[in-house]
Design a protein around this ligand. Structure first.
Ligand SMILES: C[S@@+](CC[C@H](N)C(=O)[O-])C[C@H]1O[C@@H](n2cnc3c(N)ncnc32)[C@H](O)[C@@H]1O
Length: 221
């Protein structure tokens, strides 16, 4: 086993995008609008979103849960990968960000599939449980406040069905998880979650070096 992994150079990333990215025009337009924001770096990358969309297609997902909408770039990719009767519940706290995505969701014809919940994600997830939505989601993407990941995980695990998939973004946290002197709440939460997932018999897992680290958990049947 080698003890390092090939890093994706700018040239390789450009190649990867040229030979594999299928970003629809409307999605690219939302990416351009997002790139104009100071917080542009919060958005998921196109190849990462295409991978999430592929996972959704692979498991025939119909109901998707997203924790952290931002401008809805990932939401749009996922919305387009769902069947006509598919649904996404996406959670954020900042209407101004979500409103950037809405015209593009409309243009793409997926706005009718998307329900936005504007509140701290922990509350929105608990509300869904209280509304009886336990076990009703096929796929979830966790990408909000990093400190909240361990809490989101437990709530989302309740909300996905057995066989359902949970994807966690930013599990590398820009490499901060390796830095022992970084004891910030976010970094500790991400380290703790990675360790918990490693030994959690309720799920099958894989941690992938996609973008800033993407962990995938499948809820065991
Ligand atoms: C990394 S961005 C999400 C990116 C998006 N998933 C994508 O694919 O482009 C994180 C989002 O989480 C939201 N957020 C942060 N803390 C939150 C909380 N406690 N509850 C709900 N949303 C939160 C932020 O407002 C921000 O829009």
């Amino acid at each position: 086993m080698t003890d390092s992994m090939r890093t994706v150079s700018a040239g390789l990333l450009k190649y990867l995008r040229r030979v594999s990215l299928r970003e629809p025009d409307v999605v690219r337009k939302l990416r351009d609008a997002t790139d104009a924001l100071p917080e542009a770096g919060w958005a998921s990358t196109p190849e990462q979103c295409q991978f999430l969309a592929l996972l959704i297609e692979m498991i025939d997902a119909r109901r998707v849960l997203e924790v952290g909408t931002f401008t809805g770039y990932g939401t749009l990719w996922m919305g387009l990968s769902l069947p006509d009767d598919g649904e996404i519940v996406t959670c954020d706290m900042v209407d101004d960000y979500v409103n950037i995505g809405r015209p593009f969701w409309n243009e793409a014809g997926v706005a009718n599939k998307i329900e936005v919940r504007l509140a701290p994600a922990e509350e929105s997830l608990q509300d869904l449980i209280d509304e009886g939505k336990t076990g009703t989601f096929d796929f979830a993407f966790i990408d909000a406040n990093k400190k909240g990941y361990p809490t989101y995980y437990e709530l989302v695990l309740d909300l996905v069905r057995p066989g359902g998939v949970i994807a966690f973004d930013n599990m590398f946290w820009g490499g901060a998880v390796l830095n022992d002197s970084d004891t910030s709440k976010a970094t500790r939460a991400l380290r703790g979650l990675a360790e918990k997932l490693h030994s959690d018999e309720r799920v099958s897992i894989s941690m992938l070096p996609v973008n800033d680290g993407l962990s995938i958990a499948v809820k065991r049947r």
